[in-house]
Design a protein around this ligand. Sequence first.
Ligand code: URP
Ligand code: ZN
Ligand code: ZN
Length: 471
Amino acid sequence: MKTLIENGIVVTHAGRMTADVLIDGETVVGIAASGSHGWTADRVIDAAGRFVFPGGVDVHTHMELPFGGTFASDDFESGTRAAAWGGTTTIVDFAVQTIGEPMMAGYEAWREKSDGRCAIDYGFHMIVSDVNEQSLKEMDILMGEGVTSFKLFMAYPGVLYSDDGQIFMAMQKAAENGGTIMMHAENGIVIDVLRDQAIKRGETDPIYHAITRPPITESEATHRAIAYAELAGCPLYVVHMSADEAVAEVALARDRGLNVFGETCPQYLYLDWDNLREPGFEGAKYVCSTPVRSREDGHQDALWMALATNDLQVISTDHCPFCMNDHPTLGTQKRLGEGDFTKIPNGIPGVEERMRLIYDGAVSDGRMSLERFVEVCSATPAKMFGMYPKKGTIAVGSDADIVIWNPDVETMMSVDVNHMDVDYSAYEGKTVKGKIEMVMSRGRVLIENDTYHGSPGDGSFIARDTNQYLI
Ligand code: URP
Ligand code: ZN
Ligand code: ZN
């Protein structure tokens, strides 16, 4: 089956041109100036006046993540379908090692949960919760499976936390086997002290989640992670960055030529303490770690600037939804923390909203070029996690993961129109420029005419290569 997308403005990280794209089966087989060729196809799609983007690549999602006594409410089926609705055609999720268990058991459990369920292609990072001799050996095995990145936590003592020695050993292993270390960089030991003191003072509302995780707890941990990565000699990718001071640490390291990279997420670009202070218990909707920051302190502007200058390289979602009210099987998840913010499950939904939110804030608001938008949302995440050029671009030989985007139509963020399995949107009522008119995954049309045409199992597991973004 051949498909021809005609007359669109084809945008990659490298440039844009009015062009026709020929797809044969799952693959892009030709790109040429519109009308300059004699191609025929079984289906011809007119994309005049539209952008033709590579599908979004979201390298930080948590479908079904066990957290705080519950599970993220999107499973692999609903979450990847919602991603497709939002123009994302590849995710990299996180398999989790249970403390005291082999890492491979966690990996196999996540492969099983996701198998035959995903709407789009997907890979896994591995969360290493228990660094020990066996885990270090299993890091080598996972590299062979195409799981080439490992997340460690400097936060959440007693749960996912690794101490400095454990972190350093995992980094030494990554330096040896070519893996990339992903770091949740917050000083969890200090945060727990601040948190317990706040609770003792009766400061139990959602806003105290952010107040007890001040920027210095992020920047100190980021600095320390960079120091250990430099000593060990491994690439370091700092996840979900929100504090200006922490991004400055990444920028300094990059200026010294280190393979240090940073990611931020839409919540840190759009949400702030006013959201956490929403009346009633509504602030719980915005509880995530690192926390959203106060607008007055300039973090949002600093993050946008860092994205524009490549001090930050990637925007992912950290999609980790929990319901406010009754979920049919999971109950009132965020409300576990009513009267005690420390019990609010951490996480915000966003996998469906990222592309439109970022297009609006970056391109429509004039902060970034179209090409840079594609770079931070598709091309660089694909390179960073070893999937390029199959993913992240439109080129001969690439997977035909394509989004046809109408820049002239406004759309709204709302739980009423979203497809994620969660009962709120963190951006409720926000209108953005841009409508996703068609989404293709490996040549198969998943979204067209506001209708989903895919089925569970359309997506395949991606065995990833090593980091392709290294200096
Ligand atoms: O609040 C967050 N970020 N929840 C998901 C788990 C993590 O640390 O990424
Ligand atoms: Zn994290
Ligand atoms: Zn996360």
